[in-house]
Every structure is written in C-alpha cells, then in structure tokens.
Design a protein around this ligand. Structure first.
Ligand code: CO
Length: 134
C-alpha cells in the first residue's frame, strides 16, 4: 500500500548549523529556510536524488518538536513519511488492522499542501510515521 519514501524529518536545535552540515560536510543541495508558523517549525529541505530530508527547527511556543528536542538535545530522526495514493483508504485499512491514527484521525493539509496523517509510533516500530497523499 505505501509507495515512495517522501521524506525523513530530522529535528534539530540549530537549523543554521544543521544546514551547514548537510551542505558543506555531506555536499547536499539544500533549500533556503522556510518558516511554517502553522506547523510550528522552520524547515530546510535537503534534496537528494531519491527522496528529501527535512531539517526541522522549532518555531514559536507550541512547536510539536519542542518536546522531542528536550529528550534528544542533539537532534534526531523525528518521523518518516511514505506516499499513498488514497489517504482515507489507507487510514481505514490501517485502523482496521489495529493501528492508531494521531489527532482526530482526519487528514490535515501538510507542509507540501497535500493531505497528511500521522500514525502512532508504538504501532510502527517506535517510529512516528506520516502518510502523505501523493
Ligand atoms: Co513530514
């Protein structure tokens, strides 16, 4: 059911430093920082040939990644995002299999302007998992 790996999101405390690491040490193509106040993050996109890495820095007081960084002060993988053709069908199938969908269970418009859902990490090998309708 899942298709391509859309992105891996890495939470970072210092976006400028993380961007330097990806651009200068790893030699990757990086975007300019993009503030997304409605998602509580500033994002830099690292464009790889087969997927993207999203470097996320907290923005504002109620950032969804603030707690994660408290527990992981040097940063870490926050979630992975897989593409699906039909997000409602994917959700219904996963719920029927016993997986928990976070929030009210309804798809939200994500950072790429497409419907997304998050699945409970305890049901997916300890990894917060995002689905995006491609
Ligand atoms: Co994401």
């Amino acid at each position: 059911m899942i298709g391509r790996l859309n992105h891996v999101a890495i939470a970072v405390a210092n976006l400028a430093k993380a961007t330097e690491t990806y651009r200068d040490t790893l030699g990757a193509e990086v975007s300019k920082p993009q503030a997304e106040p409605e998602h509580g993050v500033t994002v830099v996109f690292v464009n790889l040939q087969n997927t993207k890495i999203e470097l996320l820095e907290p923005l504002g007081d109620s950032s969804p990644i603030a707690k994660f960084l408290e527990k992981n002060p040097s940063g870490g993988i926050h979630h992975v995002c897989y593409e699906v053709d039909d997000i409602v069908a994917a959700r219904d199938k996963m719920k029927a299999m016993g997986a928990r969908v976070l929030g009210d269970g309804e798809p939200k418009i994500g950072a790429h302007g497409k419907p997304v859902l998050f699945l409970h990490p305890k049901d997916f090998c300890g990894t917060l998992t995002e689905l995006e309708q491609a």
